[in-house]
Design a protein around this ligand. Structure first.
Ligand code: 13P
Length: 248
């Protein structure tokens, strides 16, 4: 399976950052054994798409409805209309700050698919949940309840992002990542049969150039969702290189 390396710029990026987006896209496209993409703020999607050519640009959320009275929200059709080809769904920062529930995230994923977008659907436990020995139960519950029935077919990837590893510099132990990704894989295969083997499972949480090779070597880690280390080409490139080395 080709590795999938996606940058999540979160709420970062202004016009003056378009040059960096172009540099990132150019560097990423040199890594021909890797699938890569950059998810930028909605305000930058259209300009980023125009600036980078064929490189995939994505959004970071997608409303479950196509249009209507939802002030401040962005629909799948809007993302697609702006030139996005993918979107993140159910990021833990949205699960926490916007109180997004599994049922919302499932509807959003279905809306993304209907709009012709690929979806990166995020799951992950908090530190309290891990310390209480509930990490597997929580994450497998999120997988069961937030993935749509039509998740197979190549348009959806799952991103396992332990909340306590996001933006903290604290990376999950490879053994814990292996355990979680194996459990997610087993649940995907139980639900989707052989198609469940093909759904990519990405790791996210303080992935960087120093730890990417180790994390990407863990069984069932099919790529990465990268926050801070995707903000510059200089930081993103070593992650792409580590993924390229696995793909050769
Ligand atoms: P960091 O790579 O900054 O820890 O963020 C991970 C993340 O939340 C990607 O979606």
């Amino acid at each position: 399976m080709r590795k999938f390396i996606i940058g999540n710029w979160k709420m970062n990026g202004l016009s003056c950052d378009l040059d960096e987006i172009v540099t990132i896209s150019a560097v990423a496209q040199l890594h021909t054994s890797v699938d890569s993409a950059l998810c930028v703020p909605a305000t930058l999607i259209e300009r980023a798409v125009k600036a980078v050519g064929a490189f995939p640009i994505g959004g970071q959320d997608c409303h479950m409805h196509k249009s209507g009275a939802h002030t401040g929200c962005v629909s799948g059709d809007m993302l697609s209309d702006a030139g996005a080809v993918l979107t993140i769904i159910g990021h833990s920062e949205r699960r926490a700050a916007q109180q997004e529930q599994d049922s919302d995230i499932r509807a959003k994923a279905e809306a993304a698919q209907a709009a012709g977008l690929k979806a990166i659907l995020c799951v992950g436990e908090t530190l309290e949940e891990r310390e209480a020995g509930k990490a597997l139960e929580i994450v497998l519950g999120q997988v069961a309840h937030s993935l749509p029935d039509a998740a197979a077919g190549g348009w959806l990837s799952v991103a396992y992002e332990p909340v306590w590893a996001i933006g903290t510099g604290r990376v999950a132990e490879p053994a814990d990542v292996a355990e979680m990704h194996a459990a997610i894989r087993a649940s995907l295969v139980a639900r989707f049969g052989a198609e469940g083997e093909k759904i990519r499972i990405l790791y996210g949480g303080s992935m960087n150039g120093d730890n990417a090779a180790i994390l990407l070597a863990v069984p069932n880690v099919d790529g990465g969702l990268i926050g801070g280390a995707s903000l510059t080409a200089a930081k993103f490139q070593p992650i792409l290189a580590a993924a390229q080395a696995k793909g050769e």
